[in-house]
Design a binder for this molecule. Structure first.
Ligand SMILES: Nc1ncnc2c1ncn2[C@@H]1O[C@H](COP(=O)(O)OP(=O)(O)OP(=O)(O)O)[C@@H](O)[C@H]1O
Length: 606
């Protein structure tokens, strides 16, 4: 029991901490937010004045003449109606409604203003944070899931901040203010009413918690089903090539049915809850009226007050019923906030917004006894005690069987990961003494699977240097042997490449990636040669462009082609995360027992 209490306390403390973190985003607009709160409080108070005035309008106090004993009863029982009082009350009510309309307008306007601004900032901060996270983070998460964090979780907060929060405060004011007015009107009846209300509040809280569990599960399942759509559409070529449409359909069907089941279960609990509240509420009103009737009969309560009291009790009861719903929604928002905050709590890479190039950076690379295991598989060393040097201008070819660790080594050079042991140096200085953005700005990668963004050819080439001029872009395209095909397109540089570059051939995509690298003019060039065969003309154009690009830079090539390997200054033959042979093509070919000899006679044989 004690343990449970402790847990509940910690949970709520945590939730409050999360909400306070969100407040950071509202803070710049706190003036407007405070104004909104004032509007909200005023409109809630106006709401409370309504039943009081209505009571007076329906049953006005009788016209009292001097000396007459006023017994505030219905007109039939002796009193006469004070028409002036009625008119006055009616006018007050109209003024009250107008004021309330004004306050509500002000509240919605100000809250929407604050929310939209705060959420835009939250979206920006989340995305900025996300994109700066290390590769390791993305290896463990799916893109669809992250996407839904930014879209659905933030939308959830939007609803909370614009409507739920306002309702929460309004209901709170109505409950507190209403109860106070009830006590003032008739403390006996109020006491009786309060004996009925607290159990209902407790039940509401209990139910709210229970429903929260389902909301969380529901959200998680919706995110999973979105992931299926996103991944299968992104990988549509694979889906079709493997004729797996029906497999995906089944997967999606299963997931969405689960979502529906969870939704229905959660919905039925909510329905049961609402029904329960309705019975509780009307039951309470019947009990209160019964009690009031007895109080009137005993002369402790007047008719006019009864109307106000019943209306107040109705308002308070309604607010309590709605409170649980609001509570569940607040909990849902807290869930969404927790997920977002988890991302914001992840440590980002040390990046620089305006990295200034290191003057005279040569691009010497050295690995000194480097050992590395992926954080997801800490027990398996993928690179083991590996050392080599590549001096400025060297062409280093990495060869070795699949899984030997070639890509991993390249990722270590890019500092996507840090070695578990040993040191990587650039220009004789430990890698971690450089700012990551600065260092990566001196490198360029031409990957095996070229990724192009959905925009124009110009945008894709300029990705290597965003401030490049038209001349520079054309020059780079020419050096990459890409200008000819680009200028043959009717829209030239403005040609749209289609999502992920689908409207271009493999060889064309590669040459655009080369143009990008040319524009970046890196000291260190990393090439992952395409394994997929290009036709010989395309291959020649790509190779020629690469040969030109490599001149004067430290080049590390994951080599699949004989021509690259032959011309390399140094070949590192890798196996099981180690360099087992190194030397140039002729030196290594001498060793007829060696892995290189075997590989080159098999793999590189024409
Ligand atoms: N993100 C990762 N997390 C955990 N292990 C990984 C990860 N990437 C690769 N590995 C493992 O590291 C080892 C080396 O992989 P790597 O991709 O570096 O080999 P490679 O020589 O480039 O192979 P290939 O020629 O097939 O591309 C493999 O056993 C692989 O399963």
């Amino acid at each position: 029991m004690q343990k449970d209490e402790k847990k509940a306390k910690r949970l709520s403390k945590d939730s409050i901490r999360q909400i306070f973190k969100l407040y950071e985003y509202i803070r710049p607009f706190r003036g407007v937010f405070a104004l909104g709160m004032v509007f909200l409080i005023l409109s809630s108070l106006a709401n409370l004045a309504f039943p009081m005035l209505m009571g007076e309008l329906i049953l006005p106090p009788p016209n009292a003449t001097e000396g007459e004993v006023v017994n505030n009863l219905l007109p039939q029982s002796g009193g006469s109606i004070n028409i002036d009082a009625i008119n006055k009350t009616a006018l007050q009510l109209i003024a009250l409604l107008l004021a309330q309309a004004l306050f509500s307008y002000g509240r919605v306007r100000t809250f929407v203003y604050v929310t939209e601004n705060a959420l835009a900032r939250l979206r920006q901060v989340t995305y900025e944070h996300l994109i700066k996270l290390p590769i390791q983070f993305f290896n463990q998460r799916r893109v669809g899931e992250l996407n839904s964090r930014i879209s659905s979780d933030i939308t959830q907060l939007q609803e909370t901040m614009t409507t739920t929060l306002a309702e929460f405060v309004r209901q709170l004011i109505i409950i507190i203010g209403g109860v106070t007015l009830m006590v003032i009107t008739s403390w006996k009846l109020a006491l009786f009413t309060l004996a009925i209300l607290p159990p209902m509040v407790l039940l509401a809280v209990f139910f709210g918690r229970f429903i929260r569990k389902y909301s969380k599960q529901f959200q998680a399942e919706v995110a999973e089903s979105n992931t299926i759509v996103e991944e299968s559409l992104q990988g549509i070529y694979n889906v079709k090539a493997f004729a797996n449409e029906f497999l995906e359909i089944t997967r999606y069907r299963k997931k969405t049915s689960e979502v529906a089941q969870t939704g229905i279960k959660g919905g039925s609990y909510r329905a049961a809850f609402s029904s329960f509240m309705v019975v509780g509420m009307f039951g309470a009103i019947v009990a209160i009226i019964w009690k009031a009737a007895t109080l009137i009969e005993q002369g402790h309560l007047e008719h006019g007050d009864l109307v106000s009291f019943i209306l107040l009790a109705g308002f308070v009861g309604g607010s309590i019923a709605g409170f649980a719903d609001v509570y569940a929604r607040v909990q849902k928002a807290v869930g969404a906030t927790e997920e977002l905050m988890k991302i914001l709590d992840e440590e980002t890479e040390d990046l620089d917004y305006h990295p200034s190039p290191i003057p005279g950076f040569k691009g010497d690379v050295a690995f000194i006894n480097v050992t590395f295991a992926y954080p997801t598989r800490p027990d398996t060393d993928v690179v083991r005690n590996l050392s080599f040097t590549a001096n400025s201008g060297d062409q280093i070819a990495l060869v070795g069987p699949s899984g030997a660790g070639k890509s991993t080594l390249v990722q270590l050079i890019m500092r996507f990961f840090e070695p578990s042991n040993g040191e990587i140096q650039f220009d004789g200085k430990p890698a971690n003494q450089y700012n990551l953005s600065v260092l990566r700005n001196h490198m360029a990668v031409v990957p095996q699977d070229v990724f192009l963004f959905g925009g124009t050819i110009r945008e894709n080439i300029a990705y290597g240097k965003s401030e490049a001029t038209e001349e520079e872009i054309i020059e780079a395209a020419k050096k990459a042997n890409a200008w000819k095909f680009i200028s043959e397109f009717s829209s030239g540089l403005e040609t749209i490449v289609g999502e992920r570059g689908v409207q271009l051939s493999g060889g064309q995509r590669q040459r655009i990636a080369i143009a990008r690298a040319v524009l970046k003019d890196p000291a260190i060039l990393i090439l992952d040669e395409a394994t997929s065969a290009l036709d010989s003309e395309s291959e020649r154009l790509v190779q020629e462009a690469l040969d030109k690009l490599m001149v004067g830079r430290t080049t590390i090539v994951i080599a699949h082609r004989l021509s690259t390997v032959r011309s390399a200054d140094k070949i590192l033959v890798m196996e099981n995360g180690q360099i087992i042979e190194s030397g140039n093509h002729y030196e290594l070919s001498e060793n007829k027992e060696g892995l290189y000899y075997q590989l080159s006679s098999m793999q590189f044989a024409n």
